[in-house]
Ligand binder design. Sequence first.
Ligand code: DX5
Ligand code: ZN
Length: 219
Amino acid sequence: MKTIISPSILGGSFSNMEKVISDLDQSRAEYIHFDVMDGDFVPNLTFGPQFISDLRVKTKKIFDVHLMIKRVGRFLDKYINAGSDIITFHYEIDENLNELINKIKSNNIKVGIAIKPKTPWEEIKKYLHTIDQVIIMTVEPGFGGQLFMNDQVKKIKSLSNYINENNLVVDIEVDGGVNYETGELCIKAGANVLVAGSFLFQQDNLKIATNNLNDFFNK
Ligand code: DX5
Ligand code: ZN
């Protein structure tokens, strides 16, 4: 199965985002991962829908939007209209998840549910037949550059087994602390989408680093 790479722009500086998007647009990564944070659901604040819509016109890459915000329903239209291709919200919010799923799907956008490290994957079992991806957080959400949490690998494996045994069509995206070795653990456990932020941006050339990561997992 192909491994999809989703570079997280949180790893970069917002001062040269045009260059970041241009590099990623020329890379072989299929997705671009946007970490939206509201300073409430997570203790960090990043950007809103305007930032995404401004970058939408710069590339045709798949916009993989990760909402780490509390009030998804209130702002959902803005992220739909900003040009998101996939919208993933967190299971841990206090909203009607089925309503959010239906609204996103009715706009022909893929929908995902993300779970924090402490959340068992079984909590989202009842949504698996209706969503397109699960984001397994392998760091506490809120910041890039954190260490990968190895104890999440068995969660990936268990979820992957359930998806395969029940012939479900759901991508498993891993988000946080991904590099060559941690990514390999995740792919072996059944994940097929890897988010990488700091690992890519800490290297000299973003486009080359992204292509190397993509080619490593698709050789
Ligand atoms: C963390 C974000 C991740 C993070 C990934 O809350 O959801 O996408 O930016 O960055 P790295 O790869 O540096 O952990
Ligand atoms: Zn993310």
